[in-house]
Design a protein around this ligand. Structure first.
Ligand code: PLP
Length: 394
């Protein structure tokens, strides 16, 4: 189905069909092209391919049919013109930085982003002369005040991790564009099944495919989605020369993951919403953070910007770290791991793991209390999850 306009189709159709280009073998499921290189018919054909005069496969660092199928499918789902697959979520964010930034440039980044994203901007892009300022995700005055004439882009995740704060993507896109910079959104937590940042004005979406796009905890991968011209000019050359490529096997796993993405995200959201409501009713829980709850500070925005609360809940137990660890250690079913976006529910104590490197003052400023527990709700039975969480403190 070459040059098929998938934007005319519904997301359920895009998820199972976009990006498939059947070969002469007439296979129904997508094949895995496990090949590092491709054969040319002649020296002249090879020369034309390498110079870019004719399109086609050259080498799997930057051209592979299985990887391309994943890219076309995710581009269709995000409503983007172009997607470039990467080796991991961090490789995708690094590629955006290497592609778009030069020494002397400036970035404004939400403080509530994935820890390695903070380190990447601070330690690595910082080393090459790019300064980054960090601001509170929903502090719009701080975003505006931080933008300088040399700011290249704003970077955020919404909902934030682990407190599930929601930023107004449209508002920050307008702010960025008014000041001549771009908005980059890490859409890992919601996926295009629940939120489409490009339709809300964002310029670039990045993904850790490792999480919900795979959805079953098997492969590490990532992607950048956005306008064709910008990605072809600024990001693709970095993939070709820098080499953070996705393997065809992983691309195939993610292709299969995308087929059930909508179904899974609805089920994760439904399971999480029920569990969040139940947690609120437990005496040992002091506070629950979940965008789907009516008392969430940005609940109204959640309803207009997302079509579901997502699978991530965090909650504060009474009794600080001692109580939080007791609850976590008493689980038998739920996996103690910092990963998320799996069919299996996972649990973690942010203050002593993902946010353990912050000073106690910085942790307090970020709202990460010692009693905070994060649960990435999987697809197990609701009753079993409740029993598992109640065992330690209930
Ligand atoms: C996991 C994660 C990343 C990094 O992705 P990897 O695939 O692990 O490199 C980036 N952003 C968010 C929000 C994540 O959860």
């Amino acid at each position: 189905m070459t040059d098929f306009d998938w934007s005319r189709f519904g997301p359920e159709t895009q998820a199972v069909r976009a990006g498939q280009h059947r070969t002469a073998e007439q296979e129904h499921s997508d094949p895995i092209f496990a090949t590092s290189s491709y054969v040319f018919g002649s020296a002249a054909e090879a020369a034309a391919r390498f110079s870019g005069k004719t399109a086609g496969n050259i080498y799997s660092r930057f051209t592979n049919p299985t990887v391309r199928a994943f890219e076309e499918r995710l581009a269709a789902l995000e409503g983007g013109e172009r997607c470039i697959a990467m080796a991991s979520g961090m490789a995708a964010i690094a590629a955006v930085g290497f592609g778009l930034l030069k020494a002397g440039d400036h970035v404004v980044c939400s403080r509530g982003v994935f820890g390695n994203t903070v380190l990447l901007f601070q330690n690595y892009f910082g080393k090459f002369g790019v300064a980054t300022d960090f601001v509170g995700l929903t502090d719009y005055a701080a975003w505006e005040a931080a933008i300088r004439p040399n700011t290249r882009f704003l970077f955020l995740e919404t909902p934030s991790n682990p407190l599930t704060e929601i930023a107004d993507i449209r508002r920050l896109a307008d702010l960025a564009h008014g000041k001549g910079c771009l908005l980059v959104v890490d859409n890992c937590f919601c996926t295009p099944a629940l939120q489409k940042p490009l339709a809300l004005g964002a310029d670039i979406v990045v993904h850790s495919a490792t999480k919900y796009l795979d959805g079953q905890g098997r492969c590490v991968g990532g992607a950048v989605v956005g306008p064709k011209e910008l990605l072809d000019k600024e990001i693709y050359p970095f993939l070709r020369t820098g080499g953070p490529s996705m393997s065809p096997f992983n691309a195939w796993v993610f292709l299969k993951g995308l087929e059930t993405l909508g179904l899974r995200m609805r089920a994760h959201s439904e399971n999480a919403a029920q569990l969040a409501q139940w947690l609120k009713e437990q005496g040992w829980v002091a506070r629950v953070h979940y965008p789907g709850l009516p008392d969430h500070p940005q609940h109204h925005l959640t309803k207009t910007q997302q079509c579901g609360g997502g699978g991530i809940i965090s909650f504060e137990v009474r009794g600080g770290q001692e109580a939080a660890w007791r609850l976590i250690d008493a689980t038998r079913l739920i996996s103690i791991t910092a990963n998320l976006g799996d069919t299996k529910t996972t649990i973690t104590h942010p203050a002593s793991t993902t946010h353990g490197r912050l000073s106690p003052e910085d942790r307090a400023a970020a709202g990460i209390s010692d009693g905070l527990v994060r649960v990435a709700v999987g697809l197990e039975s609701q009753q079993d999850l409740r029993e598992d969480l109640a065992r330690g403190l209930g």
